[in-house]
Design a protein around this ligand. Structure first.
Ligand SMILES: Nc1nc2c(c(=O)[nH]1)N[C@H]1C(S)=C(S)[C@@H](COP(=O)(O)OP(=O)(O)OC[C@H]3O[C@@H](n4cnc5c(=O)[nH]c(N)nc54)[C@H](O)[C@@H]3O)O[C@H]1N2
Ligand SMILES: Nc1nc2c(c(=O)[nH]1)N[C@H]1C(S)=C(S)[C@@H](COP(=O)(O)OP(=O)(O)OC[C@H]3O[C@@H](n4cnc5c(=O)[nH]c(N)nc54)[C@H](O)[C@@H]3O)O[C@H]1N2
Ligand code: SF4
Ligand SMILES: [Mo]
Length: 726
């Protein structure tokens, strides 16, 4: 029998055709009839079988006891969580309980539709998510330019003539904040139709092989490259007011703002010559349809927020925003942005210790450990984590680990006992993967074509298992209920009855019905508009067409104009200039700029328990250029010690010309040898966590996002170690 669904492991949303015999997966292949992915998949898709069958995956709640983890029933689990959290809130106030939501949250419509109610019931300001170790700068720029954190322009990759990719490696990541299954093919197609692919990255990556041009750049210096590109465009009058004047304000201010960053300055710090930058600017502005796309490597640097503003600005002033082949705004079938903007929901409170700013209800996760460790009123004493592994995924993981050990109470809603959840008092595992239905609430707002697809449940979860949304709701309900009075009990009962009616499936149906393609949208919609029932019938998904221009109507700003030069960002340019002036020539001779990397067969920290994904040679190496290795007397395969302010790790050296001199690259998500986990395959595999050496104090000064890229580390041989030692 064949089952069709969208893969929700990464952002590409590939259509899968899963052959099964009712209880087990026989094979997984790309669904050729999925109009969006047309058969594309990657090796991780087959790991869905491994995850489904993994004996290490939790099926029932477990509680920590003196004699190890013990299974308990759900009722006991809920009672315990309510009792502990309530006691802590009563004693220390609501902010004493913090929440961290990890990456898989955005791949679960059930979690997205229920976690806000849970957070509201907790009433805490200490909310952290993986956004601030990833894409917070995108949301920041979107908020201040377009009026909504979710108004994120997406490269119209299938129609562009020129794409400038900065700090992304879709060749390994399959694309991010750009849902485009089969991205390699889409990039090749640009060149096949005579277009150009230009890549800027300190490593000659998998994506470089698909590009016409690749330029090394000194990590963390992209802000100067972007400002200089804009400078050239202004100086040579290459901007296109005819294409953007209608919906923008302050575009000439932008020209003045970037003037202070000259070509010479950019060339000196980026390592890209002034002539090359000039040519890049002219070619970009000269292309009829061009788009600049900057992702993870661009966001996670000291000026990531300014960078994402400048990326948008570059697309706007060259007339490429909201045009086919440029950067466009998808129109999803369920429009989660709603009708109100988010502007103003920023800086309403600050983190207690470092004063990092709140944004859209969240604080930067780089501050989590210090908020637990620092004594005094407002200290975090309990933590609720869902779908996150911050010990491996946030900077200074060792410090966080120490902090978790001091908590009064910790809950992990997770499917594994891993490096983070092993510190929990109790773990609540939801139904997972093939046991869950799926609709891409988030990735349809980032999709390069408008599309909709509903994936039904393939295998029923174990008897008694609960979905993430059921767990959230039950907890929200229990935290909010007042059993001590009759009116309180009555209110609780009523609320629960209403809640039981509003299932995620019903909410999804309502979202589709009232959405832009919905049956309730127009009289003709009643005949053929989208409903959940109709969507379910289209088992391979529905193509809703190429992206369409949506400005200025779709803007959330009050005046329906984009502020091209918001003061908040413009003011930061002075800081940018002084930072680079101050850093000039300061790097010690044994100092290297650290960058990260991803591998096609991994997914952040949590898929290394699949044998088929981890097999092969050790990928957790430190990459270094041969000239640097020679200078340090290090040979390929030899263990090297990489040290920073916060710690040191030892990893085998991988000597390669792929990497820029003066830079080292280490992947994240490893470090599974920590004791106390139950990851029997992952823990056998070598590898240290790069976040044991990334510094939690190094953040983007504007947004508070972790600045992983360009942190300076020292590298040295491990005393007494020989070549080939692990
Ligand atoms: N140095 C460095 N650090 C990085 C990065 C980097 O490139 N370099 N990348 C950053 C990025 S982009 C991200 S997004 C973050 C990710 O950071 P996190 O989200 O904190 O970490 P993940 O590794 O994605 O862990 C996901 C967790 O969710 C669990 N899980 C998986 N599926 C489900 C599910 O359906 N339900 C529940 N409840 N749990 C589930 C897994 O077991 C795992 O514990 O890491 C960031 N950290
Ligand atoms: N196989 C696989 N796919 C994934 C994931 C995974 O872990 N594995 N994770 C998923 C997640 S959560 C995300 S957010 C996306 C991320 O997807 P991408 O945004 O494509 O991120 P990366 O693959 O980390 O690529 C970032 C690139 O930036 C470069 N870089 C680092 N520092 C700098 C710098 O200072 N300047 C410039 N110009 N470049 C720099 C790095 O060398 C790297 O090649 O991938 C998703 N897809
Ligand atoms: S590219 Fe991403 S969505 Fe597609 S099969 Fe691989 S993990 Fe799944
Ligand atoms: Mo991410």
């Amino acid at each position: 029998m064949e089952h069709y669904r969208s893969c929700n492991l990464c952002e590409a949303a590939c259509g899968l055709a899963i052959e099964h015999d009712d209880t087990t997966v026989v094979s997984v292949r790309g669904d050729r009839d999925d109009p969006f992915s047309q058969g594309h998949i990657c090796p991780k898709a087959m790991a869905l079988k491994d995850l489904h069958e993994d004996p290490d995956r939790l099926k029932k709640p477990v509680v920590r006891t003196d004699s190890g983890w013990q299974e308990i029933c759900w009722q006991q689990a809920f009672d315990m969580v309510k009792k502990q959290l309530t006691a802590i809130r009563r004693k220390y106030g609501n902010d004493a309980v913090a929440v961290y939501l990890g990456n898989p949250t955005v791949h679960s419509h059930g979690a997205l539709m229920s976690n806000r109610a849970f957070i509201r019931a907790l009433g805490t300001r200490n909310v952290f998510t993986a956004t601030s170790v990833d894409q917070l700068p995108h949301h920041f720029a979107a908020n201040y330019m377009f009026g909504h954190t979710l108004m994120l322009p997406v490269p119209d990759i299938d129609r562009t003539d020129h794409i400038l990719i900065i700090g992304a490696n879709p060749g390994a990541s399959n694309g991010s904040m750009m849902t485009a299954p089969g991205i390699n093919g889409r990039l090749r197609a640009i060149r096949a139709r005579g277009g150009k692919v230009v890549l800027v990255d300190p490593r000659r990556t998998e994506t470089a092989k698909l590009a016409d041009e690749h330029h090394f750049i000194v990590p963390g210096s992209d802000v100067l490259l972007l400002a200089a590109l804009l400078n050239v465009i202004y100086a040579r009058h290459l901007y296109r007011p005819d294409r953007f004047r209608r919906y923008t304000a302050n575009w000439s201010d932008l020209g003045y703002a970037v003037q202070g960053i000259t070509l010479a300055m950019a060339a000196r710090h980026t390592g890209i010559s002034a002539q090359t930058i000039e040519r890049m600017a002219c070619e970009f502005a000269g292309s009829n349809r061009a788009v600049c796309y900057g992702r993870f490597g661009l966001s996670t640097q000291a000026h990531g927020g300014v960078c994402q503003w400048l990326v948008n600005a570059l697309n706007i002033i060259t007339g490429n925003l909201d045009r086919p082949g440029g950067a466009m705004f998808p129109l999803p079938a369920v429009d989660i942005a709603g009708r109100k903007g988010t502007m103003g929901k920023a800086g309403r409170w600050k983190s207690r210790v470092r004063g990092l700013p709140e944004f859209n209800g969240e604080l930067p996760v780089s501050a989590l450990a210090e908020e637990i460790l620092a004594k005094g009123p407002g200290k975090i004493r309990a933590l609720f984590i869902c779908a996150g592994n911050p010990v491996l995924s946030t900077p200074n993981g060792r410090q966080l680990e120490r902090a978790l050990g001091t908590l009064d109470f910790m809950v992990s809603m997770d499917i594994y006992i891993n490096e983070t959840s092993r510190h929990a008092s109790i773990i609540l595992p939801p139904a997972f993967g093939l046991e869950v239905d799926h609709y891409d609430l988030v990735f349809n707002i980032l999709s390069v074509r408008n599309r909709a697809k509903y994936s039904p449940v393939l295998f029923q979860p174990a008897p008694g298992a609960l979905h993430d949304w059921q767990i959230y709701r039950e907890l929200a309900h229990r935290l909010g209920e007042h059993r001590d009075s009759f009116p309180g009990r009555l209110r609780s009962l009523l609320r629960r009855s209403v809640q039981n009616l509003i299932t995620p499936a019903r909410m999804l149906d309502l979202g589709l019905l009232t959405g832009p393609y919905g049956a309730w949208r127009s009289p003709s919609g009643l005949l053929n508009g989208l409903t959940l029932k109709r969507l379910k019938r289209s088992v391979h998904g529905i193509d809703l067409g190429a992206l369409q221009p949506r400005l200025p109507g779709a803007l959330f700003t009050h005046d329906k104009k984009i502020d091209v030069a918001p003061a908040l960002f413009v003011d930061r340019l002075a800081v940018v200039i002084s930072d680079f002036d101050a850093a000039q020539g300061k790097k010690a001779p044994d100092g290297f700029y650290l960058i990260g990397r991803r591998h096609l067969r991994g997914n952040n920290s949590w898929m290394h328990n699949s044998r088929r994904l981890v097999k092969g040679k050790n990928r957790c190496t430190v990459m270094m250029h041969p000239d640097d290795a020679e200078r340090l007397g290090l040979a390929d395969g030899q263990p090297a010690c990489v040290r920073s302010r916060v710690g040191a790790i030892e990893l085998p050296l991988q000597v390669t010309r792929e990497i820029m001199p003066g830079v080292v690259s280490i992947p994240h998500g490893y470090g599974h040898h920590r004791t106390g986990t139950r990851l029997r395959i992952a823990e056998m595999h070598a590898g240290e966590s790069v976040n044991d050496i990334t510094d939690d104090q190094v953040v983007d000064g504007l947004t508070g996002n972790a600045a992983f890229s360009g942190q300076v580390v020292a590298v040295a041989p491990v005393p007494g170690a020989r070549e080939g030692d692990p």
